[in-house]
Structure formats: structure tokens, C-alpha cells
Design a protein around this ligand. Structure first.
Ligand SMILES: C[S@@+](CC[C@H](N)C(=O)[O-])C[C@H]1O[C@@H](n2cnc3c(N)ncnc32)[C@H](O)[C@@H]1O
Length: 231
């Protein structure tokens, strides 16, 4: 898979690239490249943003700058880019990032992530250059970089070679294997600590009963979560 991140802060991703599971993914053939919008502006002083029409606080990322950055990197008019690859604008109001969407993205050969800053994107960027808008939650970050890392991390752990144990990402919270529910609780040694005993079933060696116990706990957690969310 090829992931390109367009950002004003490519250096943030150096830390991310240095993490072991990300290094594993890169060694297994995934590419993660960063492009700095600022290197593609023709405006003086490296300007990439401007004041909003209609007034209001903050600065807005300019459509001409993002057009130049995408065009220089891919060598095509960016309006045609979504025909070749998914171009994702990270926005607080976008489609919520959930496991189903991560599966969808992990199956793509190539992705482009656009990180906003300040007040966000000129809307024409989202309308004409992006195929998707994705939100990592109903809150506002200062920029799209952390959101892009969250998107990348969730995708990379689904790719072969990223995690040590190939099955680790198959049966975990929200996966189809658990019917979309959170994962069941885990325990390890000691079997008893300060009087807190590990559930007996997990020490029984009885695989069918353990499996059934885990499904029940997972399903209970799903109910609790839906209840807490008022769904
Ligand atoms: C300060 S935010 C802009 C917020 C915007 N004015 C609003 O109220 O929706 C700057 C950038 O951070 C990113 N961002 C902030 N919160 C996000 C979220 N929950 N999910 C994805 N991206 C987010 C987006 O790229 C956004 O353009």
C-alpha cells in the first residue's frame, strides 16, 4: 500500500515512522511519504492560507496552494486524482472513522491524506480534490496530523507483517469476529493479586467454555457501550 500525507508539519511523522509496528509495515512494503504544502506555494513568504471571505476568525488553507502541491506530486490535475486513488480530507465533520471504514481503506492500493490547519480547508479543496472526508471523533484538533496518524495506525495494523502475531488484528475490538463488539477482558499472571482472582473459567483449560465466556463478555461490553452512547 502507498500512503501519501500532505501536511504543513511533515516532521511530526518522523516519530510515527520510527515506531516498531510502523517500521514493520514499511519493511513489509508499505510506503508512507509526506509532502509539505508550503514547498508548493508561489506566494511570498511561503504563504499557504488567507483570511476567510465573509469575515471571521482564523485563516483558511488556500485552494490554489493545495492544487499546486497535488499537481506537482502526482503530475495530474487534482480533480482527476480521486479516479486513481482515494483522497481523504481530514475534517471534524467527516465520516466517522470506524473499524468497517478502516477495513475498507486497508484494502485500497493507495491513499492520500490531506491534513488541514488553522480554520481548515477552503471548501473547494474538499469539493473538487477529495473523494472522502474522515473524522476521528466529534471534537476539534489543532490540525489534521494527529488524525492522519490515527488513520494510518488503524490501517497499518491490519496489513500483513505489521504486528508480531498475524492473528492479533483479526479478533479484536469492533472486528467482525466479535460481531462489532469491544473485545473481552484479558488477564495474565499472577492468577491472584491482592485478592483479585482471575475468572476460574480462564484457568480451566476448557477451550469451548473459555470461548463462550469471552463471547458473552464481549457482547455485554457491546450492550454497555451502546447504552452509554444512548443508542
Ligand atoms: C482547528 S481544525 C479546524 C476546525 C474547523 N474550523 C471546524 O470548526 O470544523 C484544523 C484542522 O484539523 C483537522 N481536524 C481537527 N479535528 C479533527 C477531527 N476530529 N477529525 C479529523 N480531522 C480533524 C482538520 O484537518 C482541520 O482542517
Amino acid at each position: 500500500m502507498e500512503i501519501d500525507v500532505f501536511t504543513l508539519f511533515p516532521e511530526w511523522f518522523q516519530w510515527f515512522r520510527d515506531q516498531r509496528h510502523v517500521r514493520n509495515a514499511l519493511a513489509a512494503g508499505t510506503s508512507l511519504r509526506c509532502v509539505n504544502f508550503r514547498e508548493h506555494t508561489r506566494l511570498s513568504g511561503g504563504q499557504v492560507d488567507d483570511t476567510p471571505f465573509g469575515g471571521g476568525a482564523g485563516m483558511v488553507l488556500r485552494v490554489d496552494v493545495i492544487d499546486s502541491a497535488l499537481r506537482a506530486h502526482y503530475g495530474v490535475d487534482p480533480v482527476l486524482l480521486p479516479e486513481q486513488r482515494r483522497v481523504i480530507a481530514l475534517t471534524p465533520g467527516g465520516r466517522p472513522l470506524e473499524d468497517k471504514l478502516v477495513d475498507e481503506l486497508a484494502a485500497e492500493p493507495a491513499l492520500t491524506l490531506l491534513c488541514g490547519r488553522y480554520e481548515g480547508f477552503d471548501e473547494r479543496i474538499v469539493e473538487h480534490f477529495a473523494s472522502d472526508q474522515i473524522s476521528i471523533g466529534s471534537y476539534v484538533l489543532s490540525g489534521g496530523e494527529l488524525a492522519a496518524m490515527v488513520v494510518c495506525d488503524t490501517i497499518l495494523r491490519k496489513l500483513p507483517g505489521t504486528l508480531g502475531h498475524e492473528d492479533s488484528a483479526v479478533e479484536e475490538s469492533f472486528s467482525p469476529a466479535l460481531g462489532g463488539n469491544p473485545e473481552y477482558p484479558h488477564y495474565t499472571r499472577p492468577a491472584e493479586y491482592r485478592g483479585w482472582r482471575v475468572p476460574e473459567v480462564l484457568l480451566s483449560g476448557h477451550h469451548e467454555r473459555i470461548e463462550a465466556w469471552r463471547r458473552e463478555r464481549s457482547s455485554e461490553r457491546g450492550e454497555e457501550r451502546r447504552g452509554a452512547a444512548g443508542r
